[in-house]
Write a protein that binds this ligand. Structure first.
Ligand SMILES: *[C@@H]1O[C@H](CO)[C@@H](O)[C@H](O)[C@H]1NC(C)=O
Ligand SMILES: *[C@@H]1O[C@H](CO)[C@@H](O)[C@H](O)[C@H]1NC(C)=O
Ligand SMILES: *[C@@H]1O[C@H](CO)[C@@H](O)[C@H](O)[C@H]1NC(C)=O
Ligand SMILES: *[C@@H]1O[C@H](CO)[C@@H](O)[C@H](O)[C@H]1NC(C)=O
Ligand SMILES: *[C@@H]1O[C@H](CO)[C@@H](O)[C@H](O)[C@H]1NC(C)=O
Length: 390
């Protein structure tokens, strides 16, 4: 459930453009905030048209349907996989059919990890199959698997206290769920800590606020470094800032926070001065409540005006912390960044689990998320000047 810049622009070409007055641009702002405000306000009709298109009109359910097509026909799309390549081809065709210009793909190199067969069975006190999901980048077991006694701990502290008992065992972390940022350390560090005290392998309870039946699995040290290197990733589309040009760059990286890495590789080809805004919806596409934003105070004030165009949907909040795993590289380099703020009530029930299926998604909520993304990206791209940086 991680979509990066999931905005669709179908139909946008039919719309009239905002009526901002042309002002010569040379990188230095010539405009007062009042003028910018006026320019954004002039996009009210465009914003309404986009909202109508996405939520009530011809594009209703389009993001849901396209995602369903990917999920039904392609399946899981881990970085570097054949499935991802198929998905990229589908998106590529979709964008071309939508009439976007200069649609093209760019090859990049990324770490590549494949999920093999995976299973776990409790042998004593009775035979019991355990639902597991390998953490991406886990090292596989030997072909015969690993059979060992289990040491269950609820925290790293407990593991330290009982370090002498851990040697040769499978450490199972039964950590309570506090919140994602706190509890995810068992996913990222659990195997390393278990290896340090001589354990053979580790399992973690899923990092979920609610879970009916699942565990995560990780053998030895969680590392992205030791994997086969395979070209690919990223369907990338133009364009830069400028009136009448709309940027839609889709980074297909997702999953293991690798996009910073991908972007790093891309940086020699991409002039970040040309990007007005990077956006990510790392936390799903449920019912949006606003936008999280990171950028200069001037840029924030402008984003507040842009979001006011979403008044018809009552989604106008601009909060802090626009960072997202896959856009942080850009933000650190000075590009303003925005993340979709949506209803997270159910998000961590399904996050990174086999339970993450289309049944979790609601077409009506996705329509609203698509409208928010489309209005923001359209208006920001169409403004005379780029968002001011710090
Ligand atoms: C969109 O999905 C909703 C909910 O499933 C459904 O009621 C509606 O008819 C769909 N609209 C279109 C145009 O398919
Ligand atoms: C997560 O929980 C920890 C410990 O209670 C707390 O310090 C931290 O602020 C929480 N983080 C979030 C994002 O709520
Ligand atoms: C960035 O924009 C400038 C000015 O519009 C243009 O000359 C340059 O080619 C662009 N850079 C890239 C990498 O596209
Ligand atoms: C990057 O783009 C900026 C603004 O468009 C331009 O001034 C600068 O010369 C460009 N740098 C490179 C290396 O292309
Ligand atoms: C509009 O959104 C705000 C903040 O999200 C909420 O408190 C308010 O109840 C909403 N108003 C309506 C009419 O839905």
């Amino acid at each position: 459930m991680k979509f990066l810049i999931f905005a669709f622009f179908g139909g946008v070409h039919l719309l009239s453009l905002c009526s901002g007055k042309a002002i010569c641009k040379n990188g230095i702002s010539k405009r007062t905030f009042e003028e910018i405000k006026e320019e954004i306000a002039s996009c009210g009709d465009v914003a309404k048209a986009i909202i109508n298109l996405a939520v009530y009109g011809k594009a209703q359910n389009r993001s849901y349907e396209r995602l369903a097509l990917l999920v039904d026909t392609v399946g899981p799309r881990l970085s570097g996989s054949k499935n991802l390549e198929k998905a990229i081809q589908i998106m590529y065709q979709n964008l071309q059919q939508d009439g976007l210009e200069k649609v093209h793909l760019e090859p990049v190199r990324i770490p590549h990890w494949e999920r093999g067969e995976e299973s776990a069975v409790m042998l004593e006190p009775r035979i019991h199959k355990i639902a597991i999901l390998g953490l991406g980048s886990s090292i596989g077991t030997p072909p015969e698997g690993i059979t060992a006694e289990v040491l269950v701990v609820t925290s790293f502290d407990e593991l330290q206290r009982r370090a002498s008992e851990a040697r040769g065992k499978i450490v199972v972390y039964n950590q309570p769920y506090i919140n994602y940022s706190r509890t995810v350390q068992y996913r990222t560090q659990g195997a390393v800590e278990a290896a340090k005290v001589g354990a053979l392998a580790s399992l973690i309870r899923s990092v979920a606020s609610f879970s009916i039946y699942r565990l995560y699995w990780s053998v030895d040290i969680w590392t992205a470094g030791m994997l086969g290197r395979v070209p690919w990733m990223m369907a990338v589309e133009p364009l830069y800032h400028g009136k009448h040009s709309h940027l839609l760059k889709i980074l297909g990286c997702v999953q293991r926070g690798l996009c910073g890495w991908c972007s790093g590789l891309q940086k020699n080809k991409v002039n970040i001065s040309n990007y007005s805004l990077v956006m990510e919806s790392d936390a799903g596409t449920f019912l949006p409540t606003g936008l999280q934003f990171t950028g200069s105070e001037k840029a924030r004030a402008i984003m507040e005006e842009v979001m006011s165009l979403l008044q018809p949907l009552n989604i106008t909040q601009v909060l802090s912390h626009g960072e997202g795993t896959d856009i942080n590289f850009w933000i650190q380099a000075g590009v303003p960044g925005a993340s979709l703020l949506d209803d997270l009530y159910k998000y961590f029930f399904f996050h990174h689990s086999h339970g993450d299926t289309m049944t979790v998604m609601d077409p009506k909520q996705m329509n609203v998320a698509a409208a928010v993304w489309a209005v923001v990206s359209y208006v920001v791209a169409d403004m005379e000047e780029m968002l001011p940086r710090s």
